[in-house]
Each structure stands twice: as C-alpha cells, then as structure tokens.
Design a protein around this ligand. Structure first.
Ligand code: AMP
Length: 399
C-alpha cells in the first residue's frame, strides 16, 4: 500500500487551500462550546498554510441538522478559532452558495474563510459528486484534516478528492494514523488494551484484531457481562448480547491459546434501574441479584486493574467502565483514567466517550495521545482502510 501524501510533500506556496476540518464540538443549550479540543487540534495545519502564503477555506459539519438552522451554524466555531489564533476569520453565510463563492473568490493570501455547516447541503452525507465539484471550484488544493469523519464517505471527505489534482493529509490526520499504526505494529511491551462501553458488537472486530497483538486485555463496561455470561456467571438484568455469547467464548479460548491474559470485573456496582436516583451497592460478580443490573466496575476491580496496568509500557483505552454519564456509576471510569494518567506507559485514548471521561477526570494532559475521532479510531484499530484516507495515498512521506 502506498503512503499517505502529507501536507509537507506538496507545494502550497501562495495557493488557495480548502481544508476539511472536524469542528463537530459539543455545545450547551446556549451554543457555548463546552470542549474545544477539536478546534485547537486543527490549528497547526491552518497555521502551516498561512505561513506558506496561502489563503484558507475551512469547512466542517456540526451536529446532524435536518435543515438550515442557526442552531447548527459554524459561527460560534469561527469565533472560538479566531480567538485561539488571534486572527480575523471571515464567515460565509452558506456552504457553496453566492456568499461563499464570492468570499472565496476574493480571499487574499493570509486570510481565512469559514464555510457554513457542510450538512446544510443535502449532498454532503450522500457523497454527492455535484456538490464535491462545487467545493473543488472554490480552491486549488485539498487538505483533509478531519480524522473524525474519515470513516464516512461524505462529499467533503471522499467524492471531493476526485476533483482536486493536489490533495494531502493535514498534520492532525497524519498524527492520528501514525499513532494507530505504531500501536498495531510496534507497541512497547507489555501492551495492555482496556475496552469498555456498551456492547461487544461495537468492538468485536477491534478485539479480534487486537488479540494477537496485546499481552493483556482488560474488559469492563456493559460489554463485560456478555463475557461473564459466557463464563457461566449469573448476570441478573445486566446488558447482554445473547447472540454473541459464543463469540465471547471464542475470544476467551483464543486468548488462552495465544497466551494473552484477559481480566474481567471481579465486583460490580448494581442497581435496579439505570437512573441517578437508584440505590446502588457493590457486589462480587458472582453475586449479582436477580432484578439488578451491573452499571459500573466495583472497587476491587479497580484495584485489580491498577495492578494489571502497573508494568504496562503501552496502554490503549477505548470505552468507559460503566455508565459514566450518571455520577454514581462514573467512579470506575474516572479511576481508570487516573490509573492510566499516572502510568509511565505510552497511553493512547480512543475518542468519543473515552475522551470525555479523560477530560472529566482532569487527566487529559497526562495522556500521550487522545484521538479526536471515536468511530474512525476504532476502525483503524479494526485494521480497516478509511474511505477518507484511501484517496490520499501516493508516493508521499512515509508514515
Ligand atoms: P460505546 O459507545 O460502545 O463505547 O458505549 C459507551 C456507552 O456505554 C456509554 O454511554 C455508557 O453509559 C455505556 N455503558 C458503560 N457501561 C455500561 C453498563 N455496565 N451498562 C450499560 N451501559 C453501559
């Protein structure tokens, strides 16, 4: 497979550059941005283009709008980016309409234009070629730095690459792929993977791909219960994927053959309902009462997992240990974030919920790398080629 063309491989000098970013950030009811990590992560590529005398057109989606609405406007993003970069950013009133076209045409070297939410155009999620052609008419060079959407074939990610002769990956995208590649190809050992979250089905392929590569595997969260069931435990009303019990059993057997050690929770926080009012108690995994469900790992599991992580040189974590959205079931996930943050290992955190837990724990700065894309990072770990990355391969810089 040829290497991904890096932004550093192409001649950018004084060109008009279209950058696909991932500015899909969380906002509160008043549209205040509650976590601007994705905006900050985009800055190195933008600055590099400006330093090369380019003018820059930024594009992103935000949320899932069904129609054009101020609630989904990228204006707050442009304001935040402008503050972070101490630089004026022009805002287009549309995506490829009159206003965007005019502003893009008049854009001068050193200036930045932000297009409106890409999903205001229906063709975006349909990977529409006509829309992609309109994007391409705005600029001379295409840079993809939107790792979080590279697993989706959307017009600004995939179809667009057919209409730009010069295209490359931005610094964030390259960094994301480099970390995933190094993790899979040359991890420092012992390599421990920590997986959690709701379902085995969502992470099955990643587990299968990781199993021959890791030394130890910690399984927590809702998905642990299908494994516990496969081992013959009574799991009460805990989350279960009945159709995957055999698959879970096969993973446990395969791990044994490979000499990979698997660790499951030895105690759990149980409650009758998954609500903040529910009465919660800790029980050994063997003693989950009927009518109760396991919603977090317990304190003994926390201690066990800390021991397991103690000698790790590489840790990959994807998926919370419990229902961390509810405070009383967040302890296991927060503890895990502290253990990983305190470790001397290279620590790589999957995006999405896991990144949220790490941010809440205050450990974000302690991690080696936090991915900006939940789904995309999981697909890389599954060993898949992302549709947004494939067209960027050429004879460029080796990753
Ligand atoms: P995923 O998207 O598969 O990584 O799952 C993340 C979700 O898993 C979060 O919303 C958690 O609330 C949920 N989760 C974690 N542990 C449990 C559990 N024991 N029971 C039910 N849901 C859980």
């Amino acid at each position: 497979m040829s290497e991904i063309i890096s932004i550093k491989d192409i001649d950018l000098a004084k060109k008009k550059v279209f950058i696909r970013c991932d500015f899909n950030v969380p906002q509160d009811d008043f549209l205040n941005i509650t976590d601007d990590r994705r905006i900050r992560s985009a800055i190195p590529t933008i600055r590099y283009c400006l330093d090369n005398g380019c003018s820059v057109i930024l594009s992103s989606h935000l949320g899932r709008p069904d129609a054009i609405s101020s609630k989904f406007s990228l204006e707050p993003i442009a304001k935040r980016l402008s503050r972070l970069m101490s630089k004026e950013i022009l805002m287009a009133k549309d995506v490829v309409g009159e206003d965007a076209k005019k502003k893009a045409q008049n854009l001068q070297a050193g200036e930045i234009l932000m297009l409106e939410n890409l999903r205001f155009e229906r063709g975006e999620i349909k990977n529409d070629e006509a829309l992609a052609r309109e994007f391409a008419a705005l600029a001379e060079i295409y840079i993809n730095d939107a790792f979080g959407v590279c697993h989706r074939a959307h017009a600004s990610v995939e179809a667009i690459t057919r209409f730009f002769e010069i295209k490359a990956a931005g610094f964030l995208l390259l960094k994301e792929i480099k970390f995933a590649n190094n993790l899979l190809k040359h991890p420092a050992r012992p390599f421990v993977a920590v997986v959690g979250g709701s379902k085995v089905s969502g992470k099955l392929q990643a587990l299968i791909n990781l199993l021959p590569k890791v030394d130890k595997l910690i399984i927590g969260g809702g998905m642990a219960f299908t494994f516990l069931k496969a081992q013959g435990f009574d799991i009460g009303d805990s989350l279960l994927e009945e159709n995957l019990i055999d698959e879970a059993q096969a993973i446990l057997s395969r791990a044994k053959e490979l000499g990979v050690k698997i660790y499951l929770p030895v105690d759990v926080a149980v409650a009758r309902t998954c609500t903040s009012e529910a009465l919660m108690s800790y029980v050994p995994t063997q003693e989950i009462p009927n009518g109760f469900m396991g919603l977090d790992i317990g304190p003994a599991s926390g201690k066990l997992f800390r021991e397991v992580l103690a000698d790790a040189q590489t840790i990959w974590w994807n998926g919370p240990m419990g229902v961390f959205e509810i405070e009383k079931f967040a302890k296991g996930s927060l503890k895990m974030a502290h253990f990983i943050g305190d470790s001397n290992a290279t620590t790589i955190i999957g995006g999405g919920d896991t990144a949220d837990v790490v941010a809440r724990s205050g450990e974000a700065d302690e991690m080696t790398f936090i991915s900006t894309g939940g789904g995309a990072s999981l697909e890389l770990i599954e060993g898949k080629e992302l549709p947004g990355v494939k067209p960027l391969r050429g004879d460029g810089e080796r990753l």
